[in-house]
Design a protein around this ligand. Structure first.
Ligand code: AMP
Ligand code: GLY
Length: 428
């Protein structure tokens, strides 16, 4: 079948890499893609949110499967756009309906969903400009640190964690009355701080059945020792050592099953990935957030560990055989280290030549912000590429990722040399 992957990051390169290995894949297209995806299929110069242009392309190229990488296309309703179109309704879209995408598109929606289905999460309340004073009162009932979240999509920047009560009140006001995060913060969720270790669990579902994908932990801060500004993600490890069989069973019973049942009961169409951001609070998993797509860079460690044919699983979602399909995961550890442009996540330059890619051995290079110009590969974003490796231990996999991170060169290259620092001592 002909497949179109939407997006242009490391996540989409990793998804395309896996899909391209399937014997079911005839032609693979990526819109808009990057220099890495161009090695696997044909990049198409259409934005992932330009639904009308995508429609024309899908019809002209007889696309049967649309795999949606980023959240904004989903929150804008690409699933419904296809399902409600006479010609496009036969195309299988991997991603939730617009309603389902609200689990990521609105923090308040997702908190209410969790409350309705008894899914463990932090206590919360939500406020608007009109209820600012109630927001102040609510803050006074909590103990620090205070967690303030812009309700809508804010490109991963909409969460503030603040120790001081007066500062928390000022920030609440700035979010609600000065549109600190634009429209996204016209409503703010204030929630209880969860103290524990974070990890993510991923689920692929057809709306009735599900497969639990490998767990992963990402490293969001720019600086070593988890310091400095938040980024999209500087590296990831899979599996997470403390997420053992017993912990995952708890996640399945208390979170995954009620989530799928909740979607069914509320008749929310959902055929795609659910990314469950969790806090392990003394062995009890609590949901920090849902995302309605895979994580980046988590995809770069989760997908390579899946042994089953991913495109066949997607096909199963479309023809009703998903529930019967086997699902195998590699026992080995996977690690990824993200190379970023100097200055990221603040301002940085693009267009730097990348060299040394041919020297990489024993790792997979997933491109994120890259661009092919004639025979050159140039930097084209903050996060430039993710270097993924396998090993029997975290240390073994990481040493390959770090060796190859040195070999790839571009002006201003930076990467964290301590990915996995908090997990290494633990034995498998
Ligand atoms: P989010 O955008 O919801 O992923 O939040 C960004 C980050 O803020 C998360 O990855 C957590 O590290 C942190 N965070 C969010 N909610 C809480 C909470 N209730 N307690 C502690 N940390 C949180
Ligand atoms: N790495 C976090 C995310 O994709 O949201």
């Amino acid at each position: 079948m002909n497949v179109l992957v939407l997006g242009s990051g490391g996540r989409e390169h990793a998804l395309s890499w896996k899909i391209a290995q399937s014997s079911l894949c005839e032609k693979l297209f990526i819109a808009p893609g990057n220099a890495g995806t161009a090695q696997l299929g044909e990049n198409v110069n259409i934005s992932a949110t330009d639904f009308e242009s995508l429609k024309t392309f899908v019809i002209d190229n007889e696309i049967e499967m649309l795999v949606v990488g980023p959240e904004d296309s989903l929150v804008k309703g690409i699933y419904d756009f296809f399902k409600n179109d006479e010609v496009l309704s036969e195309v299988c879209v991997i991603g939730p309906s617009k309603e389902g995408a609200q689990l990521e598109g609105s923090k308040e929606y997702s908190k209410q969903f969790m409350q309705r289905h008894d899914i463990p999460t932090a206590a919360y309340d939500s406020f608007t400009k009109e209820s600012l004073n109630e927001g102040y009162d609510f803050l006074e009932t909590l103990s620090p640190p205070y967690v303030l979240k812009a309700d809508g999509l804010a490109a991963g920047k909409g969460v503030l964690i603040i120790n001081d009560l007066e500062e928390a009140k000022r920030e609440l006001k700035s979010m609600l009355t000065d549109a600190k995060f634009g429209d996204a913060s016209s409503k703010v969720v204030i929630e209880e701080y969860l103290d524990g270790i974070e990890l993510s669990v991923f689920v692929l579902t057809d709306g009735n059945n599900y497969k639990i994908l490998p767990s992963a932990k990402d490293y969001k801060r720019i600086g070593e020792g988890d310091t400095g500004l938040n980024t999209g993600g500087m590296g990831a490890i899979s599996p997470v050592p403390f997420a053992d069989k017993f912990f995952i069973e708890r996640v399945e019973d208390r979170i995954i099953k009620p989530t799928i049942k909740g979607l069914q009961e509320e008749e929310i169409e959902y055929k795609g990935f659910i990314f469950i951001g969790l806090m392990n609070v003394n062995g009890d998993p609590k949901v920090i957030e849902y995302n309605v797509r895979m994580g980046d860079p988590e995809t770069e460690v989760v997908i390579p560990r899946i042994k089953s044919d991913l495109l066949n699983l997607f096909k199963g979602i479309s023809n009703g055989t998903f529930g019967e399909q086997d699902f195998y995961v590699d026992e080995d550890v996977a690690t990824t280290v993200m190379l970023v442009s100097g200055g990221y996540p603040e301002s940085y330059e693009k267009g730097k030549g990348i060299s040394g890619l041919e020297e990489v051995e024993n790792s997979i290079v997933f491109h994120a912000g890259t661009l092919k110009e004639e025979d050159k590969v140039l930097t084209n974003g903050g996060r430039v590429m993710a270097i993924t490796s396998f090993g029997r231990t975290i240390e073994e996999a990481l040493s390959k990722s770090f060796d190859n991170a040195e070999k790839v060169k571009f002006d201003g290259k930076y990467y964290r040399k301590d990915i996995g620092f908090d997990l290494k001592q633990e034995q498998f």
